[in-house]
Design a protein around this ligand. Structure first.
Ligand code: HPA
Length: 278
């Protein structure tokens, strides 16, 4: 069975190791998924810590994710930024996937901003556009809260009526409007992957009420809400998943689409962080 005590100890050890490397104590944590690499360059880093230098930290196996933690300032505001996240499809269990979020929580992060790449199923969405998550569907048959609950971190049965902070969503919409960036608002459904979906699956997921589909984010959001962090998440629509007009898509195309949206997302997230920190 999941050893909650050992897990908690290793999260705390990792947090200590990070604390020892920096004088900053950010309250904002960023998870830079596919499409936010450029944002990392805008962070004035005080410490750059490869995951392998943090005891107990999982290692990124995905080539498009570098695997390091930046501690520094973005628009003058202190942030932690994870460059590279962990996915169920890599073979990690849900507790390992959310390990960095738990470390953030122990370090005192109270606001988590997440980006991801996702397939667009809403027919008005186009490749390269951004979507603010208003809600999600967990369709991964995994949950980072399974096992003994660590009561000091959060309650056994956390509420999920509003996983994405309403005030942060409004702020994001304001900043998008100011910057002239089109920002949809919709529902993200998580799958394990690693294969993309069949036409029949896209049809089903769309009928369930989802606007985009992706392979990450939901475990992290669940762990963050368990620890009572405010969460904001933004998807980059990297491919159009319309079941009656579906075209084959490769990872290279998905990464290229994410890369094209990168300047928009970088601008938007910088503006949001700056407003939160003000
Ligand atoms: N499905 C699942 N995950 C994804 C997709 C998709 O179509 N595109 C980018 N991530």
């Amino acid at each position: 069975m999941f050893d909650a005590l050992a897990y908690r100890r290793s999260v705390e050890t990792a947090a200590e190791a990070i604390r020892a490397r920096t004088g900053l104590a950010p309250r904002i944590g960023l998870i830079l998924g596919t499409g936010l690499g450029e944002l990392a360059e805008k962070i004035e880093a005080e410490a750059i810590i490869p995951y392998e230098e943090i005891p107990g930290f999982p290692l990124s196996t995905v080539e498009s994710h570098p695997g390091r933690l930046l501690v520094g300032t973005l628009s003058g505001v202190p942030v932690y930024a994870l460059q590279g996240r962990f996915h169920l499809y890599e073979g990690y269990d849900a507790q390992t996937v959310v390990f960095p979020v738990r470390v953030f929580g122990v370090l005192g992060v109270d606001t988590l901003l997440i980006s991801n790449a996702a397939g667009g199923m809403n027919p008005v969405y186009r490749k390269g556009e951004l979507m603010l998550l208003s809600d999600h569907i967990n369709f991964q048959n995994a949950n980072p809260l399974i096992g003994p609950n660590i009561d000091d971190w959060g309650e056994r049965f956390p509420d999920m009526s509003a996983p994405y902070d309403e005030a942060l969503q409004q702020l994001a919409e304001e900043k998008a409007l100011e910057a002239g960036i089109k920002l949809h608002r919709g529902v993200y459904v998580s799958v394990t992957g690693p294969n993309l979906e069949t036409r029949a699956e896209y049809r089903m997921l769309r009928a369930w009420g989802a606007d985009v589909v992706g392979m990450s984010t939901v475990p992290e959001v669940i762990a963050a809400r368990h620890m009572d962090m405010r969460v904001l998440a933004i998807s980059v629509v990297t491919d159009e998943c319309f079941p009656d007009a579906l075209e084959a898509v490769s990872l290279a195309e998905i990464i290229a689409a994410a890369g094209k949206a990168e300047p928009l997302l970088t601008r938007l997230v910088s503006a949001i962080v700056s407003a939160i920190g003000a």
